[in-house]
Design a protein around this ligand. Structure first.
Ligand code: ARG
Length: 254
């Protein structure tokens, strides 16, 4: 009897956790709030200005959510945990500059892209500009990123160093602990502009990518609702104005 009870409790426990289901568009709308996770350490896309979470994609998400009739409840946490949490239905959507890759698309459903960009090589030594210049060099990247994957493909490098945040990877270059850093081209541009005396030299793009938000795998209603609202902000001039404010150009995918 005791055993039976234990088994029943265990089963109930499993059911409670495995039945966690991604919320559909209707369910989210009914609640009026969408729970969105981001990192908050990737300026100018998602970052903290003092205690306020802001950035191009934070503000883009605010525009999109408003069109959907929703308010956003933000959650910030380590980049590595974002897509995993989506699989556990701990939040409805992730927006953190994720490039659409086949590997990630196996685990989550991507929305339409909200900007196009790519990984750029940054160094202090002006002789390090292209992929071939990385031969024999130590390169810094943020863990879990598409930069890591693409730097790994450059077989001639001496070593790739992983950092928990992109800011840490940048610091490693700044203090000359590494020879180069690979990050988003707009992140690189902003860093170079903000620190004109620091000596960051922008090199070539290593690869290009389309950046999108993600929802739980198969949550097509929420993705469709997001895509419709995104298309609207891209058509009504509000996305264009935001893009101009941050980048002085329109960063949507052409
Ligand atoms: N675009 C890169 C990727 O897809 C880097 C994203 C980094 N985002 C961040 N919030 N740190 O992996």
């Amino acid at each position: 009897m005791k055993l039976l009870k234990a088994v029943a409790t265990a089963l109930a426990f499993c059911a409670a956790f495995s039945s966690a289901q991604a919320r559909t568009l209707d369910e989210v709308k009914k609640d009026g709030k969408i729970l969105i996770a981001t990192e908050g350490q990737f300026a100018p896309f998602n970052f903290f200005n003092g205690t306020t979470l802001t950035g191009f994609e934070v503000e883009t998400a605010e525009l999109v959510a408003k069109k959907m009739g929703l308010t956003i409840q933000w959650k910030t946490l380590g980049f590595d945990a974002l897509l995993t949490g989506l699989r556990q239905d701990r939040w409805d959507l992730v927006i953190a500059s994720h490039g659409i890759t086949d590997e990630r698309a196996k685990a989550v459903t991507f929305t339409d892209p909200h900007y196009c960009s790519g990984g750029m090589i940054i160094a202090m030594d002006p002789a390090i500009k292209s992929a071939k210049d990385l031969a024999g060099k130590v390169v810094a990247v943020q863990t879990g990123t598409s930069y890591l994957e693409n730097v790994q493909k450059v077989s001639s490098i001496k070593e790739m160093k992983n950092f928990p945040t992109d800011v840490d990877a940048r610091s490693a270059l700044n203090s000359r602990r590494v020879d180069a850093w690979v990050t988003d081209r707009f992140v690189a541009k902003a860093v170079a502009e903000k620190n004109p005396g620091a000596g960051f030299k922008l090199g070539d793009m290593l690869f290009i990518e389309r950046i999108a938000a993600a929802v739980a795998k198969g949550n097509t209603s929420l993705a469709a609702g997001w895509n419709k609202a995104l298309a609207e902000v891209m058509a009504d001039g509000s996305y264009a104005a935001l893009s101009k404010k941050y980048f002085n150009e329109d960063v949507r995918c052409q």
